[in-house]
Design a binder for this molecule. Structure first.
Ligand code: NAP
Length: 286
């Protein structure tokens, strides 16, 4: 089975490319991974994208590309839509033409965050930021092409290879001994290594449709930060603040925690609790 990973230099893309070869099993004893970065394929260019996919002839395409800077999306609107929406459509059209299934990575930010419980796949998206809107448009574009697809909505990613909330907290804590973190944003912190395994499950079990995949459990960003310092033994004061105390370009959902029961039932795999995944990730930084 040939798997093309687009966005192979991103945080998730790099994790997936490094992990995939280790997931082979009796049913899939050999997989070939083709890693393509932004320089090799610019997904905003439809003909380049389809030429690359036509030449490499993958069975599966995993789209890990995105314009992910949520605040920058507010001022780079056409770029955000070009990558997150039109780019996704180009991949799906090319995949359909080449007979490849598309695994598209999407986000909890397609929701408005007003629900009191975690979001299930049948909840209606209502994005409140340009990032969320462009990613939701990407989901719709993929479905409209009628390509074979699975859309994986995930959340609050961290892992090796890129600056993320965990590394930012550790850096800030080291510099000043104190951080201020919001108590009124709730979500599901998710380790890219665990998501990579879930993506493999979606591929190898041939799951179709939309799935929520995140590490189990929900916390506020404040609780997440406290856990980071507890697990690393760093004596850093974590001051609770409100979202309204911060001025930022994008509006983000208050609660975007994801219910992953559909994925667990379909795949037979339960994502581990976010605290366990975080502990393992912090261990890799020692
Ligand atoms: N990070 C999170 O907290 C989070 C949460 C929920 C969902 N997600 C989703 O998870 C996926 C992976 O996120 P991530 O954090 O790994 O993102 P990332 O680290 O920002 O990586 C995105 C990659 O996409 C590439 N890219 C951007 N524009 C492109 C284009 N026009 N053509 C080809 N490649 C392009 C980037 O390359 P350059 O850097 O060279 O431009 C980068 O390597 C995305 O779909 C994202 O929406 C992320």
């Amino acid at each position: 089975m040939k798997i093309l990973v687009l966005g192979s230099q991103g945080m998730l893309g790099r994790s997936l490319v490094s992990k995939l070869p280790g997931f082979v099993n009796a049913s899939f004893p050999a997989i070939e991974v083709i890693a393509a970065n932004h320089a090799q394929v610019d997904i905003t260019q439809g003909s380049d994208t389809s030429r690359f996919i036509d030449q490499t002839k993958p069975d599966i395409i995993v789209n890990c590309t995105a314009f992910t800077n949520v605040d920058a999306c507010e001022t780079h609107i056409s770029e955000a839509f070009a990558v997150n929406a039109t780019g996704a459509k180009h991949i799906a059209l090319a995949g359909k033409e080449a007979g490849a299934k598309v695994i598209h990575i999407s986000t909890d930010y397609v929701f408005d965050g007003t629900k009191n419980h975690s979001y299930v796949e049948t909840d209606s998206p209502n994005p409140i930021s340009i990032y969320g809107k462009s990613k939701y448009n990407g989901e719709l574009a993929i479905q409209e092409t009628q390509a074979e697809y699975a859309i994986i909505r995930t959340a609050w990613l961290y892992g090796q290879y890129k600056k993320n909330f965990v590394t930012t907290m550790l850096d800030m804590g080291k510099k000043s001994g104190a951080v201020s973190v919001v108590t009124d944003q709730f979500g599901s912190p998710t380790y890219t290594a665990d998501l990579s395994y879930a993506i493999w499950n979606v591929i190898s079990k041939d799951l179709q449709g939309i799935y929520h995949v995140a590490n189990t459990g929900t916390c506020s960003r404040y609780e997440w930060a406290r856990k980071i310092f507890e697990l690393t033994g760093n004596k850093v004061s974590v001051h609770p603040v409100k979202t309204s105390d911060y001025k930022r370009a994008a509006t983000v959902p208050q609660n975007s925690s994801l219910n992953c029961v559909k994925y667990t039932t379909a795949s037979g795999h339960t994502m581990r609790p976010w605290q366990e995944a975080l502990e393992e990730y912090l261990g890799t930084m020692l």
